[in-house]
Design a protein around this ligand. Structure first.
Ligand SMILES: Cc1cc2nc3c(=O)[nH]c(=O)nc-3n(C[C@H](O)[C@H](O)[C@H](O)COP(=O)(O)OP(=O)(O)OC[C@H]3O[C@@H](n4cnc5c(N)ncnc54)[C@H](O)[C@@H]3O)c2cc1C
Length: 420
């Protein structure tokens, strides 16, 4: 078959890769001049099956109300985004009920564990260098209450195979000496030995190059504008450079997916949630952490990528606005560096590379994989804060579905028909 993947972020590239495994002729089209130009560009770099709880936790409403209007809060709701959030927002709150949240955590964990297995398999197959570290991830907490909530979440994820180890503040400093200065502020933490980290953009671009070597046709700088559905089937797509016909299409356009899907009559309950990152040079600085760290209370992740330190976080409901707001970057940087007072004095925060982009967030948390209800149109989108973690697994599952193979994991809770 000839299959066209729309979108060259993590999700589109992994899907194309696994479709090539099936012997298909594959085209990938992206409007940007390079792969990984959007949400997959400078994300938190964490491959974290341990972080698969959807963001609409049972505590979400209370947090939203507490943080409303505070420019330095981890979660921000801008009034301009409100009209686009009316129905979706109510759904987001409905899915925050404990039973929904627990179920969707388990659904995400199942996909994440599978995905991390596939990442290792890919690394065995290919000489992929993306500053990866398979050394686990550390999650830290400042209060007993946060620690208890996380304990329940970790126990749930453990049922899907996510191993964890509870740590005292002293054990945290032992594992990551860069945190020793704040040991007294911590209530404890968890260590997740099977998690990993790495530069998503490098991975995406290297896998894309390997895919081109296997025959992938890459059409960069080409924007898909129109889906041609005839007789209940997607026949072709019109781009700003021409028309592409194919036997099947995969929509992997991240936060933009609802726009193109709507043209085919498919409604996707996905909204953009903006996040920021700042990347600092820390080569040679002993005060810099080596282990990836999730600072749960501040909703910040801190990841070492070779000689650089990436600090990422914040969730901003602000529609499709990708503007980098200096105040928000400052917040991310300050909150991240507050964990390493010695490092904070040594680095030049002004030299940080600043970035912002939109996570494609579904109303309930898990991504949407597979059939769209329109013949020839498949979906791979909605990965939210977990698109790097899910990429290999989601790509493989969608390729399996197109090929008529039974995916290796149960798809309950991962397909569009869960909303019907
Ligand atoms: C601040 C931040 C931190 C994050 N940290 C982590 C993390 O630590 N771990 C983790 O697992 N996940 C993380 N994520 C989430 C993860 O980065 C995303 O879920 C993931 O990148 C989504 O990948 P994607 O391929 O679906 O979308 P994208 O990477 O956005 O790719 C979509 C592609 O579609 C293209 N496109 C859109 N419309 C069109 C069109 N009309 N025609 C042609 N091309 C089009 C775009 O150019 C783009 O390249 C983070 C996200 C953010 C914002």
């Amino acid at each position: 078959m000839h299959i066209t993947v729309i979108g060259g972020g993590l999700v589109g590239v992994t899907t194309a890769w696994y479709l090539l495994d099936g012997g298909h002729t594959v085209t990938l089209v992206d409007r940007a001049p390079e792969l990984a130009a959007e949400a997959s560009h400078a994300n938190g770099a964490m491959l974290h099956a341990s972080h698969t709880e959807p963001w609409n936790t049972p505590q979400a409403l209370g947090q939203l109300l507490r943080w409303i209007g505070r420019e330095n809060s981890p979660l921000l709701l801008r009034p301009t985004a409100l009209p686009s959030l009316v129905g979706w927002g109510l759904g987001f709150l409905r899915y925050s009920r404990p039973h929904h949240h627990a179920r969707n955590t388990a659904v995400n964990a199942r996909l994440a564990v599978y995905s991390l297995e596939l990442m290792r398999e890919l690394e065995d197959r290919l000489p992929l260098e993306y500053t990866q570290r398979h050394a686990g991830i550390l999650k830290i907490f400042r209060s007993e209450a946060e620690m208890q909530t996380a304990h329940a979440g970790s126990a749930l994820m453990a049922e899907s195979g996510v191993r964890h180890e509870a740590l005292t503040p002293a054990a945290i400093s032992h594992r990551e000496p860069a945190l020793a200065d704040i040991e007294g502020d911590l209530a404890g933490g968890f260590f997740y030995p099977d998690d990993a980290s790495g530069d998503a953009r490098l991975f995406c671009q290297r896998l894309g190059e390997a895919a081109v070597d296997r025959g992938l046709t890459l059409r960069l700088g080409e924007s898909v504008q129109h889906l041609r559905v005839e007789g209940g089937r997607l026949q072709a797509i019109d781009t700003d450079r021409g028309t592409i016909e194919a036997d099947a299409f995969v929509l992997a356009t991240g936060a933009e997916a609802p726009h193109l899907a709507r043209q085919a009559g498919v409604r996707l309950p996905i909204r953009p949630v903006k996040g920021y990152s700042a990347t600092l040079p820390v080569g040679g600085l002993e005060a810099a952490p080596v282990l990836p760290i999730i600072d749960d209370g501040r909703k910040i992740v801190i990841t070492r990528l070779g000689d650089q330190l990436r600090i990422a976080g914040t969730a901003e409901f602000t529609g499709y606005d990708k503007t980098i707001r200096p105040q928000r970057v400052r917040t991310v940087l300050e909150q991240g560096l507050a964990n390493f007072p010695a490092l904070a004095e040594q680095v030049d925060a002004g030299s940080a590379e600043q970035w912002a982009c939109l996570r494609p967030m579904t109303v309930d948390g898990p991504p949407i994989l597979g059939q769209s209800g329109v013949g020839g149109l498949y979906l791979n989108t909605g990965a939210g804060h977990l698109g790097w973690t899910f990429a290999a697994g989601a790509g493989r599952v969608v390729a399996d579905m197109i090929d008529g193979r039974t995916p290796a994991i149960d798809l309950a809770g991962l397909t569009l028909d869960r909303y019907r």
